[in-house]
Design a binder for this molecule. Structure first.
Ligand SMILES: C[S@@+](CC[C@H](N)C(=O)[O-])C[C@H]1O[C@@H](n2cnc3c(N)ncnc32)[C@H](O)[C@@H]1O
Ligand code: SF4
Ligand code: SF4
Length: 348
């Protein structure tokens, strides 16, 4: 069990990651540096924009999942984002996190927060937790289910009290675009960074999402405020200005260097590897159990024209070698590697 790896080893993995991005971009050497791993499709909520819970079927057994986690470490992956469904529903999540950390991989976990107070010891080895909070209680509960706001905030507070690094992610819909100041207050009160993505009609989105997509002009006003705050140095905004500017253009397509299948990939609960979550329905999966590096080499990335998830946009800007995205990634990765809490601007 290794809650914190020696600093030199972590620094080396970060440098390997940076070299990997350069190699992929300049020398066309594809290799997985970031893995988005949906460890389960099961969920204890059924948010109005998400159909993950109805997709539940086969998932890797605990033995298979540990072997995959071990393989991810041996493949030199820099960061793995564990998501779902609700990842905390996997009883072996703690063992998966520890196996990844033992392999030198930085780990983030994206959760609805409900089970966090009961599972803190198991997730404490993760470098960062992202809790999904969509706005004030009424808005959040309307989108994510009655009582889900209080349990998300309780999870956030419990994780913070345990000294874990926590971020908040919000899905922007037509119902929370008036809440920008509320989000800033949340960031100040809980010392967390905030990230945003528009509600998308993508793979496994609920048909209900169609009634929730933001009104474009109001969405852009929200993002303009986020850009202005980030430009003014407010570090409650967790994404780079370049990423916020890109997302601001939703839903109008903007060309972006797609790094899916070049430096990152998406792993589904049953072990199916894809280049990106956005193209799961259009792509032949490759079974990860043959080995991550081998499976990754067999991917046939096609890219797409609908890049609206903040983590993928940041990754693509990095891949494009945009200086600002590089600086932002370096700042995040360094503070994560050093185990620092993000400081919320304006907090004494
Ligand atoms: C699929 S969830 C899995 C992790 C966890 N269950 C949670 O809710 O945080 C990952 C993120 O995707 C977001 N999400 C789900 N459906 C979405 C959609 N249709 N458009 C945009 N984001 C969505 C969630 O709100 C959450 O922040
Ligand atoms: S967004 Fe997360 S919590 Fe909500 S239904 Fe989807 S997987 Fe479950
Ligand atoms: S959403 Fe599309 S453009 Fe963006 S990383 Fe995925 S495949 Fe590439």
């Amino acid at each position: 069990m290794t809650p914190s790896l020696p600093l030199a080893r972590r620094a080396l993995r970060v440098l390997q990651g940076a070299a990997g991005v350069l190699g992929a971009r300049l020398l066309d050497r594809r290799r997985p540096l970031l893995v988005g791993w949906a460890v389960t499709n099961r969920c204890d909520l059924h948010c109005s924009y998400c159909d993950r819970p109805v997709a539940a079927d086969r998932e890797l057994t605990p033995e298979e999942a540990l072997a995959v986690a071990d393989d991810i470490g041996r493949s030199g992956v820099t960061l793995t984002n564990l998501s779902g469904g609700e990842p905390l529903l996997r009883a072996d999540l703690g063992a998966i996190i520890e196996k990844l950390r033992d392999g030198g991989v930085m780990v983030s976990v994206c959760t609805n927060g409900r089970l966090l107070p009961r599972r803190l010891e198991e997730v404490r080895a993760a470098n960062v937790l992202t809790v999904s909070i969509d706005g004030p209680e009424g808005v959040h509960d309307a989108q994510r289910g009655t009582g889900s706001f209080r349990s998300a905030v309780a999870g956030l507070e419990a994780a913070r009290a345990r000294g874990l690094r926590v971020r908040v992610h919000a899905v922007l819909t037509r119902h929370n675009l008036d809440s920008f100041d509320w989000f800033l207050d949340l960031g100040r009160a809980h010392h967390t960074a905030l990230t945003f993505s528009p509600a998308q009609d993508f793979y496994l989105a609920s048909p209900g999402v169609a009634d929730m997509v933001p009104v474009r002009e109001r969405y852009r006003e929200f993002m303009d405020r986020a850009i202005a705050a980030r430009e003014a140095g407010d570090d409650r905004l967790g994404d780079s200005v370049a990423c916020l500017r890109y997302l601001r253009n939703w839903p109008d397509y903007q060309p972006i260097g797609c790094s899916a299948g070049q430096i990152f990939c998406r792993l589904e609960p049953d072990g199916a590897l894809h280049s990106c979550g956005a193209v799961v329905a259009d792509e032949h999966p490759v079974d990860v159990r043959q080995g991550l590096r081998r499976a990754f080499a067999r991917l046939e990335p096609k890219g797409c024209k609908s890049c609206w998830c903040n983590t993928e946009v940041e990754m693509n800007l990095l891949y494009e070698m945009r200086l600002e995205a590089l600086a932002s990634a370096l700042r995040t990765v360094t503070s994560v590697a050093l185990g620092k809490q993000p400081r919320a601007a304006g907090v004494a």
